[in-house]
Design a protein around this ligand. Sequence first.
Ligand code: SF4
Length: 369
Amino acid sequence: MVEKVIPIRLDEGRGLTPSIPGQLVTPNALTKDTRGRPLRDLRISVTDRCNFRCTYCMPKEIFDKNYPYLSHNELLSFEEITRLTTIFASLGVEKIRLTGGEPLLRKNLEVLIEMLAKIRTTTDQALDLTLTTNGSILRKKAVALKAAGLQRLTISLDGLNDEIFKKMNDVDFPVTDVLDGIAAAQEAGFTNLKVNMVVKKGTNDQEIIGMAKHFKGSGVTLRFIEFMDVGSSNGWDMSQVLPSQEVANRINAIFPIEPIEANYPGEVAQRWRYVDGSGEIGFISSVTQTFCHECTRARISTDGQLYLCLFANEGFDFKTLLRSGRSDLEIANAIMSTWSGRNDHYSEIRGSNTVATSIRKVEMSYIGG
Ligand code: SF4
C-alpha cells in the first residue's frame, strides 16, 4: 500500500526567482551548464491532468479527485508558451517535446502546435516538434496534429494483454484502442513512430517478447524504459527494476539484436536493431546506465516553472517573469544564468540507492517525462 503523501507542486508558481544579470547579453546558443552541457531540448508540460493512472507516474491513491490539480488560469496560455519557446529557441533549443499529464487532453492543442511550428532555431531550421501521448484519443486527434505541424509522435504502451495493461495504467482502457491510435497516426502520415514501454519487474515484464514480436517489422520503434524513482509517490524500489541489459538478453535469445550508433549526442535511448534488418528497438536506462553526462534537457511545467532535471525538487518561476512585464531579452538572460548554474546529475547520484530516497522530487505528471 503506497503511503498517501501529497506530492510537490509549487503553489501558485512560487518557485525560485530566476536571477536577471545586471549586464544583459544578446541571446545565443553558447551557454553551457557547469558540466559543459548545452541547452538543446525543451520539454513542455501542457496539462497536469491525465485519463490514465499509471502506477509509476500518477498512482490513483495520490492523484484522486481531491488532488489539487492546477486551475485553468494557473496554466501558461498558448501565447505564453509560444513566447517562452521562441526565447528558448534563440538560446539553442532545437527540439520541443509536448508532454503532460496527457497532452491531448489540453483543449485545442493543435492551435498551440501551429504557433510553435512557426518558430525557427538559431540556424533558421524548424523546431523538431514532438509529442508523447498515452494514445487514448489519438484516433480523434492524429489528422489535426499532423496538419498543425507536429512532426513526430511517441506513444506509451506497457503491454498487449488487457489485464496486465490495466495493472500498469490502473484504468479500464483496452489495449486495442491504443493500437488503433497508433494505426490512426500512421494513416495520418506520421512516420518513425516510437512506442515506449515502462518495464516493471514482476508486473509486466512477461509482455516484453510479445511487444517485441508485435512491433518487429512494423516500422514502429519500440523502446523499453527502466522503472524510475520519479516523483515522490510511486513506491519505487530497485527490486522492481529489470535492467535493460536483461531485457536485451531476453529479446536477443529469440530475435538476435545488435547495438547501433546514436543519432546525436545526448539521445536518451540506446539504439539497437534486429540483425535480420526488420527494424530498431531502444532502451532508456536511467537507473542502470545513466546518461546525465550528455543531458541537454530542460523542462517547463504546466504553470511556467523551469526544471533542470526530471528528478529535481525545485523549479524556477518563469511565469511571474512572463506576467510581470519583463522583456524577452531579460527573460533570455534569466534562462542563460539559470542554465549556466545547472549541475543536475541525479541518476549518477542515485547510484547505489535501492529504495526511493527521502528527497522529495517533483512529480513527472507535473513536468512531463
Ligand atoms: S537524471 Fe536529470 S540530469 Fe540526469 S539525464 Fe535525467 S534529467 Fe538529465
